[in-house]
Each structure stands twice: as C-alpha cells, then as structure tokens.
Design a protein. Structure first.
Length: 496
C-alpha cells in the first residue's frame, strides 16, 4: 500500500484531461486508535468506516456479486456482450459498506454476461492479509489496492502479472491520461490499473449555516480561512469538525491536512522531496506545515468536542454536527468520498442544498492550482481466463460509469460521460480536478509503510501534545533515516 524502495519515483502530475473521484464505504466497528488517553464516545453514532477511505472495509467477509441486486444492464468495453467463461474469480479489496455495494454492482453485468462468479472478500487489514496470502502461495486472483506503494512492493517481488499482455494498452492510452498509466508501471511493466480516484483538497459546509458566519464568500487564502475560523470561535461556536479514528489507520485524516498545507506552502517539488524521504521532518518547511495545522487542532475552541472528540470519532461520522440544529460546527476538510457518509448518516440532507464544498485555499499564491489526489487500483496475482476478463472489464467506461452513477465516485477513464455524474457537486468536483495545474498524490500513500505508520501515530501524538512537536518530528525523522533504505523485501516505488 505505501512501501517504496530503490527505484526512483516520477512526480505524479495529472494532465487536465483527467476526471476522477472516489467513494468510501462504511464498515464494521473499528479498533481503538493508539492514543495515550481514553477518549469518550463520539456524540453521534452513525455509519462507521473501519479504515482509510481507500482502505475502508468490513472485517473479512466473502460475498459474491451475484447475491446483490442487479445493476442496470451493461455491455463490455467494445459494446458487445462478453463471452461466456464460467468459473469463479477471487478478489480481495479494502472496500466495505456502500463502497463494497458499488463495486459489486459494478461487476454484476460482468457476472451476468460471462457466467463467472466474482467472489469478493473485504478486509480492513488488507496489507497484512495480502502479505500472508502471497507468502503462503495462496494469493487472490485479483486485488484492489488503495495506492501505488503496495502495488510496487508486490511487483518488485515478481508477484504481479504484467498487464500489458492482458489489457489493450493502446486503447487505455486513448482513454486514460498518461500519468495514471505511469503510476501503475513498475520497472517498465504495467502492473496496476486505476478504476477510481479521489480529490482530497476539499472543505465541506452546509451553505445555509455557513452563510450566517462567512458573509457568503468562501475563503480564498489560508489567512482568510484562519481569520474566518477565529471569528467563528470568538462567538463560542466551533468552526471545525475533525475525526481521526479509523481503526488500524487512525490518524490518516490528519496526514491529509498536513499534505494539503505542505504542498501549498513549500510547493509541489518540496512536497515530493518530503514524501520521497529527501526532506527532513524537522526541516523548516515540514515544521511550518504542522504549526499551521496546529492553529486549528491545538486550539480547543477551534474543533467541535476538542481533542477527545478528534481522537475518538471515526472520520466517517465526524461531520455529523454540521447538520444539527443549531450546528455544532461549520466546516470539515475531507476528501470527496465523505459525501457518501453525509447522505447515509443523514438521510434528509441533499447535495447542494445541505452540503457543498470550496477548494482548500492557497497558502502561497505561487503554488495556486496544486491539488491532493488519491486512487484505487487493481493488480493481478493469478493469470486465469476469469481474472483476465474481469480486469479488462474494470478498465472500461461502461464498468466505471456504474459506480459513478451510484454517486460518490468519479472515473479516471476519460470516456465516462459528464452526464453520468448524478449531481452538480460531482460535476464541480470533476471540474476542480481537471482544472488543477499540479495534482499530487497523498503523501501517506507514497511513503514506505514504516514511514506512513509513524506519520499516523505522529498525528495522534501531536493532537494530544502539541507542545511536543519538536520531539514528534525528531522521532519521525529517525524513522525516515531507516524506512527508505530498509524497505520490505521486493519493495519498490512506481516508475515510468
């Protein structure tokens, strides 16, 4: 998921022709985050996501797509019916809840046409399960991976099939922007294909309540944002809702905050140096990003419920107080997938009328246009006729449009029509990404696994003890000194 190694990594820069977004599903009750203090239960109990959105899933549960209600009929990539194959294809992924439902709906037409049963297993601890299964010689046929790091690790170890002999690469070059193919390539071999992606540089709000405290205009700069936050806090109300709990990946929502600030303050090149391990954690640039975030999380007046709420509340439920009367908070910084939670947790709320977004504001205007993105990709561990047929199907606009139409998702395939997006927010999110001059992948997904885990824990530690920032950054930098040279066997970075 987030490993790296000897290969040099190309900067992830998406061209303006990309249209992407991701969904996020709920799941089983999470494990407690590693924190020093016992945190109270969140104020509201709703849909619970067990892990990071690209890694959110229920505890291990194997299901067949055929057991779900059929999605609308669909044809394969060419528009013609897929040939009958029969048999089964085993898939492991990180999706649970509504995200799992959307994936199963996505593959239902494939099942109907090929007679092949998709046996899906979702787990919130995908990394550990895949490592164990691969080492035991019992990998799945296909696996949905939440980012390029783990894909590269398995590819370098020779565990993934070269997909250039499976999919129509020329057709993919026509349908995908080059950077998606580059990021799925290791040592010159295409080993992963993206079926959806996310834009994360979004701040969500209820326009009815927000207009009462913002004078009607979303902030355009970081200074505007902190000024607005201070004004709201000055009235005795909390400007922000933040939830950091996410089972084994607790802390990741904070890493996305740091990523958004870092790429906008230090610039996209320094940002890449940082996640590549070339820039020290106690450098001025990185420390400044943490201190900027600290203006929000280190001030108990700034966040609904304070420190304990942040630590105890699952990210999928954190924004609930925005929709209470009176509102408990006014803003939440989270990826586009959070809209699925808003609707599932609050059935009466409607996109546009009750929630919308503004882009994370500029810190340094020199870097205007940078955006934080992420994505979900598939790799093949076993080369079978069923696995070949399914992964080819998943690259198609017909397949990806199914998830898009269900909501909470955009597609990296340029041939998915704009009319497939179910609401204006989805279309605006697509426009936000396509207009981005410099998209960058989430730092936590690009770091070695040991570095990512330390980053998560550092977030939790900082929220509890913001006065210990220097010590926290020193600990993270000590991890940096070993994580990039002592990666797990066979680990590697994606390469062009």
């Amino acid at each position: 998921m987030r490993s790296c190694g000897a290969l040099s990594r190309a900067s992830f820069v998406l061209s303006a022709s990309i249209v992407v977004l991701a969904a996020c599903g709920g799941a089983a009750a999470p494990a407690s985050p590693s924190v020093g203090a016992s945190a109270p239960a969140p104020a509201a109990s709703s849909t619970v996501a067990s892990a990071k959105p690209a890694a959110s899933a229920s505890t291990a549960a194997s299901v067949s797509a055929s057991a779900k209600p059929a999605a609308r009929a669909s044809t394969a990539a060419s528009g013609a019916a897929l040939p009958k194959i029969g048999g089964t294809v085993a898939v492991i992924g990180s999706w649970g809840g509504s995200e799992q439902e959307s994936f199963l709906a996505m593959v239902k037409p494939f099942e109907d046409q090929t007679g092949t049963k998709v046996q899906y297993e979702g787990s919130r601890d995908l990394n550990a399960i895949l490592q164990t299964r691969v080492q035991a010689g019992n990998p799945p046929d296909l696996a949905g991976l939440p980012g390029p790091g783990q894909m590269a690790q398995f590819a370098q170890a020779g565990k993934l099939v070269d997909l250039s002999n499976v999919v129509d690469v020329n057709q993919m070059k026509q349908q995908y922007a080059p950077d998606w193919l580059t990021l799925g390539t290791v040592n010159g071999k295409l080993v992963g294909i993206f079926i959806k992606a996310a834009i994360k540089s979004t701040i969500w709000y209820d326009p009815k309540n927000f207009s009462q405290v913002s004078r009607g205009a979303p902030p355009k700069t970081w200074d505007d944002l902190t000024s607005l936050s201070g004004n709201i806090a000055g009235t005795g109300k909390a400007p922000w809702c933040i939830g950091l709990e996410s089972a084994v990946t607790s802390g990741w929502p904070g890493t996305d905050w740091i990523s958004d600030i870092m790429m906008r303050s230090a610039g996209p090149d320094k940002y890449v140096d940082w996640y590549d391990g070339k820039l020290a954690w106690n450098s001025a640039e990185v420390k400044n990003a943490w201190q900027m975030w600290g203006k929000i999380v280190a001030d108990p007046k700034m966040v609904y419920g304070g420190t304990q709420y942040m630590l105890a509340t699952n990210f999928g439920n954190a924004g609930g107080p925005m929709f209470t009367t009176p509102p408990g908070c006014y803003m939440e910084r989270q990826g586009n997938f959070i809209t699925d939670f808003y609707v599932k947790n609050n059935p009466s709320v409607k996109p546009g009328a009750d929630f919308t977004f503004f882009p994370f504001p500029d810190v340094n205007s020199q870097y205007s246009g940078v955006e934080q993105v992420a994505g979900d990709l598939f790799g093949m561990f076993k080369d079978t006729p069923q696995a070949r047929a399914l992964i080819k199907y998943l690259t198609t606009p017909e397949a990806q449009a199914i998830w898009v139409k269900r909501g909470g998702a955009l597609s990296p395939n340029k041939q998915v029509a704009g009319g497939d997006y179910p609401d204006d927010i989805s279309k605006n999110l697509a426009q936000t990404l396509t207009s981005a001059k410099t998209p960058r992948f989430s730092a936590g997904d690009m770091m070695p696994d040991a570095m990512t885990k330390a980053f998560y824990q550092g977030i939790l530690n900082y929220v509890q003890k913001p006065d210990q920032l220097d010590s926290i950054l020193m600990t993270l930098d000590n991890t940096r000194r070993t994580a990039y040279t002592a990666s797990p066997p066979g680990s590697a970075k994606p390469s062009a």
